[in-house]
Design a binder for this molecule. Structure first.
Ligand SMILES: [Zn+2]
Length: 160
């Protein structure tokens, strides 16, 4: 990127700077520190590279707060606190395959119901155990010790 960027609106020089700005959503506003190229003469701002990520992340956080859902950073924090991988969290809590990958990268909005579930688990992580399907991984217990012959799937060996 060139160091003497010219403003496409007025033709004057632009300078690299970080300035206070706002993102807004449904009448709510959040303050941000916006990096970018600022025109020395008019109000023109050009965002390059990761400059726009600052805006995007601030908007996502604001929207989550206004809509009463969880921003990606919170989804991730709670999932890690629960000791779940993204894949395991999706399988256990729902939302579809790779749902947590999408929530945490911001490509998909978390639903209100999922956000509420995570909030409850955040307060009481032990209750995660209640959601784990006992039929998914049968623990070896006294009630299941019925097999006397070869188990299904095991080849029968001929004696000799
Ligand atoms: Zn300008």
């Amino acid at each position: 990127m060139s160091d003497n960027l010219k403003c496409h609106a007025c033709g004057m020089a632009m300078v690299r700077d970080v300035r206070p700005n706002q993102v807004t959503y449904q009448g709510h506003a959040a303050e941000i520190e916006q990096p970018g190229w600022y025109c020395t003469s008019c109000d023109e701002v050009v965002l390059v590279g990761r400059d726009a990520d600052v805006t995007e992340e601030a908007f996502v956080e604001l929207k989550a707060r206004v809509d009463g859902i969880l921003p990606p950073s919170e989804v991730r924090r709670i999932r890690v606190k629960l000791g779940l991988s993204q894949r395991r969290a999706s399988a256990l809590l729902g939302g579809g395959p790779r749902s947590f990958q999408k929530y945490e990268s911001g490509t998909d909005w978390i639903t209100r119901s999922m956000a509420n579930l995570l909030r409850l688990l955040d307060k009481d992580p032990a209750r995660l155990q209640e959601l784990i399907d006992p039929n998914a991984e049968p623990p070896p217990g006294p009630g299941r010790r019925r097999s006397t012959g070869p188990r299904r799937g095991e080849p029968r060996r001929a004696a000799g």
